[in-house]
Design a protein around this ligand. Structure first.
Ligand code: ATP
Ligand code: MG
Ligand code: MG
Length: 551
């Protein structure tokens, strides 16, 4: 069964609810708006929104916007669109960590008054050096014992823009000898004279992730703050802030293993590099594992949600999920739901010599073999057709059941034809086949012989020219970024995009952007949402027909 895998967080919450230890649950999805969301984020979205849905709780969308230099409104817009497209609704307004900057500042002052925070004049390098290592305790900063008054005044000057970047920071006063380096007087505020997309030029100091995240959770009444395992070591600090500040609630942090997928990257920073270097066609390039790229490639929201359910949620780190599983999820969806069509990717002209010029038949065939609700398509048959170059061989091997000189094949939904003559151009390339039709084979087997092969075709008179983009994995190796010292760009697949000038059956002429099809015998395709909007007929290959995912 591929429907669901273990999800320890779901089990834990179910137990808490059954034992009456949890009331209404509130989760949040907290992206930083410094890039587009990818399939790893989809795992977190499905988890957080899924739990709220399943247990009748709420899930907030909160932008974790404490680093204005790297953030942009365009990323905020894209992230909102991706979450909605996946089919989730956040409870209440879109929230921003920056909504809480005033409160966080007041809490920083509170820590100073309690003797639990101080302004430090050490440089960033010195702070790193004083912090020590895993085997060596840290040393206290010479500024650690400043008075409350001095600290309050310096923090105020930092806030007012009177201190240069890098000159001072605010640190919590916790324990420079703690075995957990995160507790060795972590930084609460840095000076940044940067314009912020939400707060404008109001702030000259910005809080750290650690000083922001748990308190934002508490302010929003988050009950379960779910994050990836890299934050496990930060949990004691998360709890320290909640214990040492007058917060209105005590959320709990729970960590799970991030998603890593083979043949691709799940790091915004690295994806951004591919975009910035022009290696791909923007953040929604169909080869990227971004949600918007997958959308453009033809993934359905249901297939992505299904995939996230199939991979489960554990604390086992370091695993690599096979991308074939993702392909399996979308293929299963499209197999059931995508209407069929015929399209010839590499056209080879066929002239049916015993069909008169101007002759035309139209076949009505089902839109989908098992789905009456998908209607019928009308397929015209004429004297000149196109078949795919791969369906003809001049010197075929034994088990080639497609077309060859003197051999017969069935045209899908139509007659059996025989190849009588191969026409070549001056360069010796095959330019055309001359074939004849056996008119006694429509809907029935030919007399006295078996014809095994069936090939797809399109009427030359009625077919529509279209561009087909064949996408493949962007990388040739399973973990392009495994070797930290090497460049993942060395492993790019030069054939990740192959463009064909194809001919499609006439029903494809008027498709809506993002409509999905199975091109029979070829694969699953989606009408490109940008090109189709501009009046061009472009189809992106979502996935091939053959499933290689083995459980
Ligand atoms: P990246 O490293 O790609 O920049 P991030 O964690 O820095 O990712 P955020 O915008 O902070 O990006 O992520 C928002 C949420 O999505 C976080 O809770 C984070 O833990 C989760 N998330 C990010 N990447 C993955 C992943 N590969 N698998 C599961 N969850 C992820
Ligand atoms: Mg993050
Ligand atoms: Mg990041």
């Amino acid at each position: 069964d591929t429907t669901s895998a273990p999800n320890f967080i779901r089990n834990q919450i179910r137990d808490e609810i059954e034992a009456g230890r949890t009331g209404k649950i509130v989760t949040r999805f907290p992206p930083e708006p410094n890039g587009f969301l990818h399939i790893g984020h989809a795992k977190s979205i499905c988890l957080n929104f899924g739990l709220a849905e399943q247990f009748g709780g709420d899930c907030h969308l909160r932008f974790d916007d404490t680093n204005p230099a790297k953030e942009e409104q365009a990323y905020i817009d894209a992230i909102k669109e991706d979450v909605s497209w996946l089919g989730f609704e956040w409870a209440g307004p879109v929230r921003f960590a920056s909504d809480y900057f005033d409160q966080l500042y007041a809490w920083a002052q509170h820590l100073i008054r309690e003797g639990k925070a101080y302004v430090d004049d050490l440089s960033p390098d010195e702070i790193r050096e004083y912090r020590g290592t895993l085997t060596e305790p840290g040393r206290p900063s010479p500024y650690r014992e400043r008075s409350v008054e001095e600290n309050l005044e310096l923090l105020e000057r930092m806030r007012a823009g009177e201190v240069a970047e890098g000159e001072k920071v605010l640190r919590a006063k916790i324990d420079m000898a703690s075995p957990n380096i995160n507790l060795r007087d972590p930084i609460l505020y840095r000076v940044r004279h940067a314009h912020h997309h939400q707060t404008g030029d109001k702030w000259k100091i910005y809080p750290s992730y650690d000083f922001t995240h748990g308190q934002s959770d508490a302010l929003e009444g988050i009950t379960h703050s779910i994050c990836t395992l890299e934050f496990e070591d930060h949990r004691p600090l998360y709890e320290w802030f909640l214990e040492n500040l007058p917060v209105p609630a005590t959320p709990r942090q729970i960590e799970f293993a991030r998603l890593n997928l083979n043949y691709t990257l799940t790091s915004k920073r690295k994806l951004k590099l591919l975009v910035d270097e022009g290696i791909v066609d923007g953040w929604d390039d169909p080869r990227l594992p971004t949600i918007s790229g997958m959308r453009r490639r033809g993934y359905t929201p249901a297939s992505i949600r299904k995939f996230c359910e199939m991979i489960g949620v554990t604390r086992a780190d370091g695993g690599l999920v096979d991308i074939a599983m993702l392909y399996h999820a979308i293929r299963a969806d499209l197999e059931d739901n995508a209407p069929r069509a015929m399209a010839v990717l590499k056209p080879l002209k066929v002239v049916l010599t015993n069909v008169p010029e101007g002759h035309e038949e139209v076949y009505e065939v089902p839109g989908h073999p098992a789905r009456d609700d998908l209607g019928v398509r009308r397929i015209p048959f004429t004297r000149e057709l196109y078949i795919d170059q791969d369906d003809f061989m001049e010197e075929p091997p034994k088990k080639f059941f497609r077309l060859a000189p003197g051999k017969e094949v069935r045209l899908r939904n139509s007659y059996v034809i025989r190849c009588d003559e191969v026409i070549k151009d001056a360069a010796g390339e095959i330019s055309e086949l001359r074939c004849s039709v056996d008119f006694d084979t429509l809907g029935k087997n030919p007399e006295g012989r078996k014809v095994k092969g069936v090939i797809h075709w399109v009427s030359a008179a009625h077919g529509v020219p279209m561009e087909v983009r064949l996408y493949d994995n962007l990388f040739t190796v399973e973990q392009p970024d495994r070797d930290r010292d090497a460049d993942f760009l060395d492993h790019l697949n030069p054939e990740s995009l192959v463009v064909c000038q194809a001919i499609g059956e006439p029903s494809l002429a008027e498709v809506d952007p993002e409509s999905r099809f199975q091109f029979e015998r070829v694969g699953y395709f989606c009408a490109d949402r940008h090109a189709c909007r501009d009046g061009k007929l472009v189809f992106n290959r979502t996935v091939g027909l053959k499933d290689s995912w083995a459980k």
